[in-house]
Design a protein around this ligand. Structure first.
Ligand SMILES: Cc1ncc(COP(=O)(O)O)c(C=O)c1O
Length: 392
């Protein structure tokens, strides 16, 4: 008997974002005053309507197995959202799957799509989990990088050049984690044309859709009729509704893909938590003013963060269009992993190195924190940068 473990799992990296926030939590527990600007979650409270619906679900004993794709009324509501807000006119509840977070949606979709040796195209800087998920599903991540000068956007000709006969899927994330950049409708249409001509799918991760601040309007490629058989649209409750811990994400997939994704979910987790599904239904139906208030607060924090950062010499960044991150590029620090460890150990501020997002020489700062925390954290970054420069 061999005691070897799975090569797929061994070769997938651990999420550096989680590792950093865990270290910061431990330091805090040891009594150190750590400022964490590394987290990818809103610090606001879950809307009251969602909490009330959860309490009602509990008191009515809605605590048993549900349909493995999610409860019918939630799937109806999500299909309506995709039709009305995203222009996916063909969206039907029978093609909606509700899962344990957008993360599980993406994982389930890649499991359903990929065979050993397939390629998954990932646009960098990327969300940390995409390459690891592709590897776990037996596929090879192919990284295509956008430049700082082009707001970290990948150009259509780069995407076209990366597509091969092995490409199974392209992952698009707009607004982007970690850069906050958004592709315009025209840019997405340009990608769509390339994908329409290729034998591959497009997975559109739209988890930050509701958190936008610039004149760029969110656009869903699922709305393009030529791609209706090829696009999987993923979204969820975590970011816009401050519901990270409830673990509800959802997706719309074409019939043939839906059937396979549904099998993956049915044979792995069965379905997401029954109470959280009821809470999500209420949030989608009644939470629009709550989420708008949070969006306005995020817009103010974005402004504060960018103003404070622009006073620090040696940093380059673009003002984000969406999400809650600013992605900073350095002129003279190349080892961002070392620099972030140094910042945490010596200056007690937790930030995430660009390396985690496939973009060394940069770092991500999250503005999902209150004004005092942001000011304190950015002050520590400025001090750390100055001191690191002296020791370099
Ligand atoms: C781009 C992106 N996609 C998906 C997710 C996963 O979100 P969820 O909490 O719904 O699993 C995250 C969370 O950080 C994210 O940043």
């Amino acid at each position: 008997m061999s005691l070897d473990l799975s090569i797929r799992v061994e070769s997938a990296l651990e999420a550096q974002t989680l590792a950093i926030s865990n270290t910061a939590k431990k330091m805090k527990a040891d009594g150190i005053d750590v400022v964490s600007l590394s987290v990818g979650e809103p610090d606001f409270e879950t809307p009251q309507c969602a909490k009330n619906a959860a309490i009602k679900a509990l008191s009515e004993n809605f605590t048993h197995y549900t349909d493995s794709n999610g409860i019918a009324e939630l799937r109806e509501e999500i299909a309506k959202k995709f039709r009305d807000e995203n222009g996916i006119v063909h969206a039907k509840s029978s093609n909606i799957i509700v899962s344990g977070g957008a993360k599980q949606c993406i994982y389930n979709a890649l499991m359903a799509l990929c065979n050993e040796g397939d390629e998954v195209i990932i646009l960098a800087p990327y969300w940390v989990s995409y390459p690891a998920m592709a590897i776990l599903c037996g596929a090879k991540p192919i990284i295509v990088s956008g430049d700082f000068e082009n707001h970290y956007k990948v150009k259509p000709e780069q995407l076209k050049a990366a597509i091969t006969s092995k490409t199974k899927c392209v992952i698009l994330n707009s607004p982007s984690n970690p850069t906050g950049m958004m592709y315009t409708e025209q840019e997405i249409r340009d990608f769509a044309q390339i994908i329409a001509e290729a034998d591959c799918y497009l997975l559109s991760d739209e988890i930050y859709e509701k958190l936008t601040y610039s004149e760029v309007k969110h656009f869903s490629p699922g709305a393009i009729p030529e791609l209706s058989e090829k696009v999987i649209t993923v979204n969820g409750m975590s970011k816009a509704y401050a519901m990270t811990g409830w673990r509800i994400g959802y997706m719309h997939a074409p019939d043939h893909v839906f059937k396979e994704i549904s099998k993956v979910q049915g044979q792995s987790t069965s379905h997401p938590n029954s109470i959280a599904q009821k809470a999500s239904l209420a949030a989608l139906q009644e939470g629009s003013s709550d989420i708008e208030q949070m969006r306005i607060a995020f817009a103010q924090r974005k402004h504060l963060t960018c103003t404070l950062l622009s006073d620090i010499p040696g940093l380059k960044f673009h003002i984000p269009d969406g999400a809650f991150y600013v992605f900073i590029s350095f002129e003279d620090i190349t080892d961002d992993v070392d620099f972030c460890s140094y910042l945490l150990e010596k200056h007690h501020v937790a930030l995430v190195p660009g390396d985690a997002f496939g973009c060394p020489g940069a770092l991500r700062i999250s503005f999902a924190a209150n004004e005092i925390t942001l000011k304190k954290g950015i002050e520590r970054l400025a001090q750390g940068l100055k001191a690191y420069g002296h020791t370099a």
